[in-house]
Write a protein that binds this ligand. Structure first.
Ligand code: SF4
Ligand code: SF4
Length: 267
């Protein structure tokens, strides 16, 4: 029995009803809901475990009132920390553990959100190769060229909302795109509607996105939408000292202000 399996078995025997983790799938690791000690041997944890399991934490049909444990990657930990800062986590029903990089597979269970936050302090976010290439490509473009680039990218959007479903921080019970009285955003793919949807999405994520890349990975037509959220993270970091993946101690950057804030971004 490896350490992950040992941990899962001991949690399930101590009254935890569900462990959110990963199992081997056809295309790498896929989410796995482990309910019994017999199934614990299916749990895996490797570099292919990229789905953000925090997406499931807010689902009442999964979480109910029982104790649930999450085998969290760095991406999932960041999302849990952000969700906690938005008062979305019921700590009493949640056990979070990870497999430490340092300890060759040692299991670390967190005592609570504070410990998760301090664990994340020195953990860097890995920048995807795709985003590095986009950085290079877009940095050589004028403002107009960038606009055309994104208009073109967004024109391919088929409004499937897979990006929304994959995002752990997209948790409104009724998304503005689904409201039809009044209808703010065209629900079908259209040049204007696509742009409205994407701008809305990115603006709703400012200061909240933890840069996990799940949205980009989920997009069936390959629009690098997570790049925009990532860019916002970097801008926030420069302008407001925001540390990607860590909850802002002074509140969300777009809903708080100080009288002495710079206004040089208003043109
Ligand atoms: S990278 Fe995408 S999926 Fe991940 S938190 Fe940000 S917007 Fe959501
Ligand atoms: S996943 Fe891609 S195609 Fe689907 S709504 Fe999001 S951006 Fe559009």
């Amino acid at each position: 029995m490896n350490k992950l399996e040992e941990k899962a078995v001991s949690l399930l025997q101590s009254g935890v009803k569900l462990i959110l983790g990963y199992e081997k799938g056809d295309k790498g690791a896929r989410p796995f809901f482990c309910h019994t000690p017999e199934d614990a041997s299916k749990l895996i944890y490797d570099e292919h475990a990229t789905t953000n399991l925090a997406t499931y934490i807010l689902k009442p049909e999964l979480m109910g009132h029982d104790k649930v444990a999450v085998c969290a990657t760095l991406r999932t930990l960041r999302a849990i920390a952000q969700l906690a800062s938005e008062n979305q986590i019921k700590e009493e029903n949640l056990i979070v553990f990870t497999i430490t990089e340092e300890g060759n597979g040692d299991v670390k269970e967190f005592s609570g959100i504070d410990e998760i936050n301090s664990y994340l302090t020195d953990k860097e976010l890995e920048v995807a190769q795709l985003y590095k290439e986009l950085d290079e490509k877009l940095s050589g473009m004028s403002r107009e060229e960038k606009w055309s680039f994104w208009v073109n990218e967004f024109s391919r959007c088929i409004k499937c909302y897979a990006c929304r479903a994959a995002c752990p921080l997209c948790y409104c019970t009724r998304c503005i795109t689904d409201v039809n009285r009044p209808q703010w955003i065209d629900p079908w793919p259209s040049p204007m509607g696509n742009m409205e949807w994407q701008i809305n999405r990115v603006m709703h994520m400012v200061g909240r996105c933890i840069g996990c890349g799940a949205c980009t990975k989920a997009c069936p037509v390959g629009i690098p939408i997570g790049y925009l959220s990532r860019k916002m993270l970097n801008d926030l970091s420069e302008e407001f000292g925001y540390i990607p993946g860590q909850a802002m101690k002074d509140g969300n950057s777009l809903s708080t202000f100080k009288p002495e804030d710079k206004e040089n971004f208003i043109h």
